[in-house]
Write a protein that binds this ligand. Structure first.
Ligand code: DUC
Ligand code: ZN
Ligand code: ZN
Length: 483
């Protein structure tokens, strides 16, 4: 059989194994994996690693922040940047703010993405207004349309939910089949400290890292796990940054609870020292903040032992000007600057360099942490997240020896926190659904070619079927808890 494209002579890497094989592509799909394949077009991959394109399940694109600030990237710039770094699927957020109608929010985001995305995309929801209509009509409808995950916030005045609301959202997620993603930080602790700092005139970005204490993360993770147990609802804690937080997750998982953890480049490759450079430190301000070397080590350990399930970018792009990080110019306090760092493009090359090349993780673990687990957890596997017959031909061909000195990235922020680093290993050719979209460093994908992904229920979001004693007692009394 002659294929449309054959990737010849490379080492194919999946989450399970690495093996020498050619990959034959027909149309949008992988049609054959084997030896001696022939095709109308051949991509020579001798000495290269042939890996599934990255799936970035946590990024913010063309989204209003909790402060109501529009981020710097639209669906075109963000997905071009992602593709250049070897990512072929993104799952950003449709954000509901307090007074927003969820159905209108969804319509808006579909419209934004449809004409601009160059790679495939799904959506999560951010739920900030869990009223009866949202819970009973809009969330079920969103789920039916293929959006099977909701992010909730335990902090930020304009976004946070109190414990009863969190239980409401969890109950709806359990009832309808969705995963709850949690931004877990103790709001009171952060705002109490921040209030005092600002009053004293301590407004530089370095105080951001002080106010978001390690214990605020661990406390909130502990609390939200206890809440999730009331309704037996799987949860995923996003952007985990501390050893303390990871330990709470590790213990929950040891008890058999479905608690997943995620970490991001900023917690592996940055520290609070990066923020401590005066106002320019705004560039590195994200929530939670980068910590120290011990926390970085804890994140590596968490990735290795599975306490941390996925590695995402949390790309939250803002320019260093009044449109983003510095709404009041030089007078902007750390409380007023948009939170977030860009990361879509360098997520994979950073992990490859400091993970695979440094011997901390294997190439298979790299694929698992950057692609396969994301696809499995969020219900798009095996269409995405692997190289197998029948899967979408979303493939990144990596030169594992190519050195790149980071200068700038293709997103719209105008800076990268990783400038000046020498990275080793780069995705030189990238295919999305059988089309070569990155070649020799240039992205050639047509605007709007990306498709919306309807996500299926995954194993990750199935309840474990274990009740806390009080709920068990209710059942014994034949008084079921109505969700
Ligand atoms: N949480 C995120 O996930 N991203 C940016 C800011 C935040 O608080
Ligand atoms: Zn968050
Ligand atoms: Zn985020």
């Amino acid at each position: 059989m002659s294929h449309d494209i054959v990737i010849r002579g490379g080492s194919v890497v999946t989450a399970e194994k690495t093996f020498r094989a050619d990959v034959g592509i027909q149309g949008e799909k992988v049609a054959e994996v084997g030896a001696g394949l022939r095709g109308r077009r051949t991509l020579e991959a001798e000495g290269m690693l042939v890996m599934p394109g990255g799936v970035d399940s946590h990024c913010h694109i063309e989204q209003l922040s909790s402060f109501g600030i529009m981020c710097a990237d639209d669906f075109h710039s963000a997905t071009v940047s992602a593709a250049a770094g070897g990512t072929t699927t993104v799952i950003p957020f449709c954000a509901q703010h307090r007074t927003d109608d969820l159905q209108a929010v969804l319509k808006d985001y579909h419209e934004r993405a449809r004409t601009k995305a160059v790679i495939d995309y799904g959506f999560h929801l951010i739920v900030a207004n869990p009223d009866e209509k949202t819970l009973r009509e809009d969330l079920p409808q969103a789920i039916r349309s293929g959006i099977r995950s909701f992010k909730i916030f335990m902090t930020y005045d304009r976004m946070r939910l109190h414990d009863e609301q969190i239980l409401d959202v969890m109950a709806a997620a359990r009832r309808e089949g969705a995963l709850v993603m949690v931004h877990a930080e103790n709001h009171g602790m952060i705002s109490w400290l921040a209030g005092r700092m600002v009053k004293q005139g301590n407004t530089l970005p370095r105080y951001h890292a002080i106010c978001h204490t390690r214990s605020s993360e661990a406390e909130a993770i502990q609390r939200v796990i206890a809440l999730a147990q009331v309704v037996d609802c799987p949860i995923l804690i996003v952007h985990v940054s501390t050893g303390e937080g990871i330990e709470v997750i590790r213990q929950a998982r040891a008890q058999g609870l479905k608690v997943y953890g995620e970490t991001c480049p900023q917690y592996l490759f940055l520290t609070a020292k990066d923020i401590d450079i005066g106002l320019q430190g705004a560039m590195f301000c994200c929530s939670p903040p980068p910590r120290d070397e011990a926390a970085q080590e804890a994140c590596w350990r968490g990735l290795k032992d599975g306490s941390l399930h996925v590695y995402s970018s949390d790309h939250a792009p803002y320019k260093m000007d009044a449109s983003g990080k510095l709404p009041k110019g030089e007078k902007t306090t750390f409380k007023e600057m948009a939170n977030g760092v860009p990361g879509l493009e360098l997520r994979l090359p950073l992990l490859f360099t400091y993970g695979v090349k440094a011997g901390r993780i294997t190439a298979e673990e790299f694929v698992n942490l950057t692609s396969t687990r994301h696809a499995q957890t969020y219900g798009i596997y095996p269409r995405k997240g692997t190289i197998a017959v029948g899967s979408d031909a979303d493939i990144a061909i990596w030169n594992p020896e190519k050195k790149v000195v980071v200068e700038k990235t293709r997103d719209n922020t105008g800076y990268t926190p990783y400038k000046g680093r020498t990275l080793t290993g780069w995705p030189v050719t990238v295919l999305s659904r059988g089309e070569v979209i990155v070649e020799a460093g240039s992205v050639k994908a047509a605007r709007g070619r990306g498709q919306f992904l309807v996500r299926e229920p995954s194993e990750a979001l199935k309840p474990i079927g274990r009740d806390i004693p009080e709920i068990g007692q209710l059942k014994a009394w034949n008084t079921p808890l109505e969700l």
